[in-house]
Design a binder for this molecule. Structure first.
Ligand SMILES: NC(=O)c1ccc[n+]([C@@H]2O[C@H](COP(=O)([O-])OP(=O)(O)OC[C@H]3O[C@@H](n4cnc5c(N)ncnc54)[C@H](O)[C@@H]3O)[C@@H](O)[C@H]2O)c1
Length: 355
């Protein structure tokens, strides 16, 4: 009765981690000593309530495969942490649009299957929520799937740094149809943006004046290739603007992707540099290197966003959800600090905040 029917667009590394995560945490209890999952229950739903009912991709080896096999097909390179049984969901061929450019073709061979009718498949599958995990530069493709979700009457969650939830026109379209919209650009559970934002908040709270800071990423997933070559300036803009929310004054801040290193697989290394002044103007310098695995870092936030969208569907709320978007995404419709976003989510869950 409590199921949440989800369609996945883009069966890449994030989708792989999300699907494995639902299997891995299906019996998790809040009282368990859990690693990696803060909310086995969220918005009145358990992780196991998330059911996948449809999936779309364009890559040879993924299209036409059962979703449980497609998540481990090339070029996906997330660690395998759960055995996912056959799901009975055939990955459908979506329209390619700008999903695979010449650079990505080095990793992804586009399938020769004919395009499916996306809106019809969404309707026939009973999907309530579409979660879009397309490459970060796939602007036309993201817009296409947002449109298909509207047509099929589904809520839409946008993981890519393409303005959909943060775009007033799209938000209005979802509002008119009474459908929730969440995004844009996923913010990892413990990724470079969250760590950087928290470090800046800590320094501000301890009276340090931050004079300048940069943060650079290196990774080996297909998305690192896309964000290095095609989406570099877009990603840099989104990440730099997200961290600036947590500094109450202007300072030179740069955050972005700096390279693609194939042998790193799905791991990501992030370098942080902060330069500032403390008591009496004494200098303080911070250099940090963090290494994480990209896909699993997206899992908990995606699970929360799905369950937040379902709660909004139950409450018949349409348009961009500012609370869940600000909490789990780097480019939300209403940007704010990390702490305020968490408070907004608590208020939203309690019904004290509409969006
Ligand atoms: N932790 C994270 O991994 C993380 C963090 C922040 C944001 N994101 C965002 O999430 C998105 C997904 O990241 P990922 O690492 O899973 O990427 P990925 O490159 O591993 O997966 C993208 C998938 O989309 C498919 N695709 C391409 N064009 C398509 C089309 N037209 N229709 C359907 N499928 C198509 C590709 O074949 C691939 O399977 C990216 O936009 C990324 O910026 C991810």
């Amino acid at each position: 009765m409590n199921g949440i029917n989800v369609a996945i667009v883009g069966v890449g590394n994030c989708a792989c981690a999300l699907i494995q995560g639902v299997e891995y945490y299906k019996d998790a209890k809040a009282s368990d000593d859990l690693v990696g999952l803060s909310h086995p229950d969220f918005a009145g739903f358990h992780v196991r309530d998330i059911k996948f009912v449809a999936a779309f991709d364009v890559a040879e080896g993924k299209v036409g495969a059962d979703l449980s096999d497609a998540i481990f097909a090339n070029p996906n390179n997330v660690i395998r942490f759960a055995d996912v049984p056959k799901m009975g969901i055939n990955v459908e061929m979506g329209p390619v649009h700008d999903g695979v450019d010449d650079m990505l073709k080095a990793l992804i061979k586009v399938s020769g299957e004919s395009e499916s009718d996306v809106a019809k498949i969404l309707r026939d599958s009973g999907a309530e929520i579409v979660i879009s995990l397309l490459p970060g530069s796939a602007e036309e493709a993201t817009k296409f799937y947002a449109g298909a979700s509207l047509e099929a009457g589904c809520a839409f969650i946008n993981g890519a740094p393409i303005p959909i939830a943060s775009d007033q026109e799209w938000s209005n379209k979802f509002k008119e149809k009474g459908l929730p919209l969440i995004g844009d650009d996923l913010q990892d559970q413990l990724g470079s943006t969250v760590l950087h934002r928290n470090l800046l908040q800590l320094l501000v709270a301890r009276g340090v004046r931050v004079d300048k800071s940069y943060q650079l990423d290196v990774g080996g997933g297909a998305e690192s290739l896309d964000s290095h070559y095609r989406g570099r300036m877009r990603k840099r803009g989104v990440k730099s603007s997200a961290i600036s929310q947590d500094l109450p004054y202007d300072a030179p801040l740069v955050a972005g992707s700096s390279d693609f290193v194939p042998f790193m697989d799905n791991s990501r290394e992030s370098y942080f540099y902060i330069n500032g002044r403390q008591f009496g103007g004494a200098p303080i310098k911070i250099d940090i290197r963090m290494e994480v695995t990209d896909g699993p870092n997206a899992g908990p936030i995606l699970m929360d966003a799905i369950r937040g969208a379902k709660l909004a569907l139950k409450r018949e709320i349409g348009g961009a959800l500012e609370s869940i978007s600000a909490y789990g995404f780097k480019m939300p419709p209403t940007p704010t600090t990390m702490y305020r976003a968490e408070r907004w989510v608590e208020e939203f869950l309690l019904g004290k905040r509409k969006l």
